[in-house]
Design a protein around this ligand. Structure first.
Ligand code: SF4
Ligand code: SF4
Length: 713
C-alpha cells in the first residue's frame, strides 16, 4: 500500500484514559474497535482508503480481538458483508467512497435495509464532494432517504467523531436499521485528540463463534410477501425508534447565542466552517462561542421534528446550511414548520448557493447575506457586511494583479507505464485516423487531459468495455476501451468482458496491468504479485480471459511504444469480426516501483555498494525545438528551457532531475522517428575500480580533444 501506518497502528492499542492523537479517519478506526466491532470490510477510495489500510496493517491486533477484516473486490461485496448483521448480533462496519461506491453497493444496501438488522451495521462513506473531489457531484443523502438508512454527519472534531461512531452502532441496534456516516475529506484528515477507551472484544467473533445457524425466519429475507411488511416497519417502527434514540441520546447539539431571534441549522460536518466564518464576521470567538444560536445536526437523516420545532419556535428566521442539491433538509424543515404552524422564515439556498462546496468564502458571503436580510436587533449589520467584503475582496484584487492563471491539469506520475500506451494510441491513430475511446476510472483517466486528450466517455469503474457495446456497431472504426487491472477485477470482468463475449462484441480492450489499484494508494488486488498475507493471490488476468474464451489476446510491455502501436493497428485492422481483441499492457506502477527501488538503493548506498541510476537527456544542439516529443509523452520530467544558442530563439526540450529513466523518451523518439536528440546516461554511484579507471581514461581523451566530461561519483 501507499505508505506504512506502523506508527498509527500503535495508537489503535491505546487503553482507557490515554490520549489519542491523529487524523479523523484513524480516530474512526479506533472508535470501531472501542465499539466492539466483529467484522470490517470495504473498498478503497479517497478519502476513506486509510481506514482499510490501517485495519490491514493492524492485523495482529485485530486477530487478538477476533475482528475479521475483508478487503473486498468492490463496494457491492462490502455492502453484502453487512448481511451478517441481519441474523446475528454482530456489529459490522464497511467503508467506501461515495457517491460512486454507494451506487455500486445500492442493490445490496436495499436488500439489507428492507429486512433491517439485529447487530449494528455501519457504513462509513467518504463523501467526496467539493473542490477536491474526483467523482460526480451527488449526495449520499438520497440513498439514506430512499432506503430508510440513517445518515450521521458528525461535527469534524475527534471527540464528536468517535462518540458518533459508537452511538451509530447503538442507533442501528435500537432502530434495526443500517446507519451511514458521511465524512468529507476534511473530516477524514483533520487532526486532533481524544481520550481513548479500551478496545472491546466483540461478543461474537472468530475467537468466540456463534453456535449453529439462526432459526429460519422468512421475515429476514428481502422477498415477497414480507417486503410489504418491511416497508411498513421502516416507516412505522424503525423511523420513530431512530428519532427517539437521537432525541434521548442528544446526538444533535444546540449552541446557544445572544441574537436568538434568528438561528442557524447546520449539517454537523459543516459546523467548524460555519464557526470559522462567524469568527471572521466577529460573530463567534475562536473557541466556537457563537452570537447566533446554532442547531448542529450530527444526524442529518432522519430529522427530529420535535427538535426542529423547539429550535425554531421563538425565531423569526433560520438559515439552513446544507451543502449540495437537492435541498433535502431545507425542504423537510419547511414542511415540519408548516405542519406545526410555526411562522419562522427559512433561508437556505438563496443566501447560500445551490451547488458547489461551501468554502470559507461562500460561508462568509452567505452568513453576511442572511444577517443583512434578517437584521437581528442590536447587531450592526453594516459592520458585518463590511467585514464580509473585506474578507473576500482580496481575492478579486489578487486575480486582477496576477491575471489569468494557466490550468494545471493532473497527469500521470513521472515514468508511469500507462503513459506510453497513450503515446502508442496517438501514433497508431496517425495512420488509422481517430476512433472512439471509452475511458474508465483509474490513473489512465489522466489521458483525458492534455497532451493526449483521449476519452469520449466515462461510465463508471470497470465500465469502459460495456460502455462501448453500442458504439462499435454504429461506428466505422472499432472503438478502443481502456481499463485498469483494478477496474477489471472491480467490475470489468463481468460487466464488460463476459457481456462482450456473450454478445460477440467486436471491440478492442486494453487492460493496463500495473499490479495495484494505484489511484487509491496502491492496494493489492487479485492479480497483484503479493498480498497482505505475503504470497500472491494467484489470479491472473491473461489466464482468466483465456478461460472465458478470449482468443485474440496479446500481452505487450507497456513501454514498448513501437510494438504497442503495431499491435493496436493489428487489432484495428484484423478481419476477424465478432471477437473481442484484448491487449494487456504490462508494466508495474512506477510510483510503487520507485518506492521499492529508492529504498533498496538507499540501503545499497549505505553499504557502499554500487548503484546505477538511468537518466535520459536531450542534446541542446540537436533539439530542433518543435516539441513533438513533449506532445507525444506529457511526462512532467520532460519540459523546456531557454535555447542556449543565442542565434535560436525557440526553447529546447530538456529532461529534469526527476526523470526516473523509464525509457519512454527513447521509445517515442524511435517509434515516431523524431530528431535524434535524446541520449541515455547511467549515473554510477560507488563504481568498481575498473569503472573509475575507464572514467579517468575517457576524461583524459575528451580533455585532449578540448571537451569537458562529468566525473562519476
Ligand atoms: S500511481 Fe502508478 S499507475 Fe498511477 S499515474 Fe502514478 S505511476 Fe502511473
Ligand atoms: S525517460 Fe522521459 S518519459 Fe521517462 S521519466 Fe525520463 S523524462 Fe519522463
Amino acid at each position: 500500500m501507499e505508505r506504512s501506518f506502523k506508527r498509527e497502528v500503535e495508537a489503535l492499542r491505546l487503553g482507557a484514559g490515554e490520549v489519542f492523537r491523529g487524523e479523523g479517519i484513524l480516530a474512526v478506526t479506533k472508535a470501531l474497535l472501542q465499539a466492539g466491532v466483529s467484522y470490517v470490510g470495504g473498498y478503497q477510495g479517497a478519502p476513506v482508503s486509510h481506514l482499510l489500510d490501517f485495519m490491514v496493517e493492524a492485523e495482529d491486533l485485530l486477530g487478538d480481538l477476533g475482528v475479521h477484516v475483508e478487503t473486498c473486490t468492490n463496494e457491492a461485496s462490502a455492502a453484502a458483508m453487512l448481511g451478517a448483521s441481519i441474523n446475528y448480533p454482530l456489529r459490522g462496519a464497511v467503508t467506501w467512497k461515495s457517491i460512486v461506491g454507494t451506487n455500486v453497493a445500492a442493490d445490496a444496501l436495499s436488500n439489507l435495509a428492507s429486512p433491517g438488522v439485529l447487530g449494528g451495521a455501519l457504513i462509513i462513506l467518504g463523501e467526496d464532494y467539493g473542490e477536491g473531489a474526483s467523482v460526480i457531484q451527488e449526495r449520499s443523502y438520497a440513498y439514506a432517504m430512499k432506503s430508510s438508512m440513517w445518515l450521521v454527519d458528525p461535527r469534524p472534531d475527534l471527540p464528536t467523531i468517535v462518540t458518533m461512531v459508537e452511538k451509530a452502532f447503538e442507533l442501528s441496534e435500537a432502530s434495526h436499521a443500517p446507519v451511514m456516516m458521511e465524512l468529507r475529506i476534511r473530516a477524514c484528515h483533520v487532526t486532533g485528540e481524544f481520550v481513548a477507551k479500551n478496545n472491546r472484544r466483540p461478543a461474537y467473533s472468530s475467537r468466540n463463534r456463534i453456535e449453529g445457524p439462526p432459526r429460519f425466519e422468512y421475515a429476514r429475507l428481502a422477498h415477497p410477501p414480507v417486503i410489504f411488511t418491511q416497508e411498513r416497519l421502516k416507516v412505522e417502527d424503525r423511523l420513530p425508534a431512530a428519532r427517539a434514540f437521537i432525541r434521548e441520546q442528544k446526538l444533535n447539539e444546540v449552541l446557544p447565542g445572544l441574537y436568538d431571534e434568528v438561528g442557524i441549522i447546520v449539517m454537523g460536518g459543516l459546523t467548524t466552517s460555519v464557526l470559522r466564518a462567524l469568527k471572521r464576521l466577529e460573530l463567534a470567538d475562536i473557541f466556537g462561542e457563537s452570537l447566533i444560536p446554532i442547531y448542529v445536526l450530527n444526524v442529518v437523516y432522519p430529522l427530529v421534528p420535535e427538535e426542529v420545532r423547539l429550535f425554531c419556535a421563538n425565531k423569526r428566521a433560520v438559515l439552513v446550511v446544507e451543502e449540495g442539491s437537492p435541498d433535502y433538509i431545507e425542504q423537510q424543515i419547511n414542511v415540519e414548520l408548516r405542519r406545526a404552524d410555526i411562522r419562522t422564515k427559512v433561508f437556505g439556498k438563496g443566501p447560500l448557493p445551490a451547488t458547489g462546496e461551501y468554502t470559507s468564502e461562500v460561508m462568509i458571503k452567505g452568513l453576511a447575506a442572511f444577517v443583512a436580510e434578517t437584521r437581528p436587533i442590536g447587531l450592526d449589520v453594516t459592520a458585518v457586511s463590511g467585514m464580509a467584503l473585506a474578507a473576500v475582496d482580496h481575492k478579486s484584487a489578487a486575480a486582477k494583479t496576477v491575471g489569468e492563471l494557466p490550468m494545471r491539469p493532473p497527469t500521470f506520475c513521472t515514468g508511469c507505464p500507462e503513459r506510453p500506451v497513450f503515446s502508442a494510441i496517438k501514433l497508431a491513430q496517425r495512420e488509422l485516423g481517430p476512433t472512439h475511446i471509452s475511458a474508465d476510472i483509474g490513473c489512465h483517466a489522466f489521458a483525458t487531459f492534455a497532451p493526449f486528450s483521449m476519452g469520449n466517455s466515462i461510465l463508471g469503474y470497470g465500465m469502459s468495455l460495456a460502455s462501448a457495446a453500442a458504439v462499435g456497431p454504429n461506428l466505422d472504426r472499432r472503438p478502443i476501451a481502456v481499463m485498469g487491472d483494478g477496474g477489471f477485477w472491480h467490475n470489468g470482468l463481468i460487466t464488460g468482458v463476459t457481456s462482450n463475449l456473450f454478445n460477440k462484441g467486436d471491440g478492442i480492450l486494453i487492460v493496463m496491468q500495473n499490479g495495484y489499484t494505484s489511484a487509491t494508494g496502491q492496494q493489492y488486488m487479485p492479480s497483484s504479485k503479493a498480498s497482505r498475507q505475503g504470497a500472491a493471490p494467484g489470479m491472473d488476468i491473461e489466464q482468466t480471459l483465456r478461460s472465458l474464451g478470449v482468443k485474440w489476446l496479446r500481452k505487450v510491455r507497456s513501454y514498448s511504444v513501437g510494438t504497442m502501436a503495431k499491435t493496436l493497428k493489428e487489432a484495428m485492422r484484423t478481419a476477424e469480426r465478432g471477437l473481442l481483441k484484448v491487449i494487456i499492457a504490462d508494466g508495474e506502477c512506477q510510483l510503487a516501483r520507485q518506492r521499492r527501488v529508492r529504498a533498496d538503493d538507499a540501503a545499497r548506498l549505505a553499504r557502499g555498494a554500487r548503484v546505477v541510476r538511468t537518466r535520459f537527456g536531450v542534446d541542446d544542439e540537436v533539439c530542433t525545438g518543435d516539441h513533438s516529443c513533449i506532445r507525444l509523452s506529457g511526462c512532467p520530467s520532460l519540459t523546456v528551457k531557454p535555447n542556449p544558442d543565442p542565434l535560436r530563439t525557440d526553447p529546447v526540450a530538456t529532461v529534469i532531475e526527476s526523470c526516473v529513466g523509464c525509457g519512454l523518451c527513447g521509445e517515442v523518439a524511435h517509434a515516431a522517428v523524431l530528431c535524434p536528440s535524446f541520449y541515455r546516461a547511467e549515473l554510477v554511484r560507488n563504481p568498481h575500480i575498473w569503472e573509475r579507471l575507464m572514467d579517468r581514461l575517457r576524461r583524459f581523451v575528451i580533455g585532449r580533444l578540448g571537451g569537458r566530461a562529468e566525473a562519476i561519483s
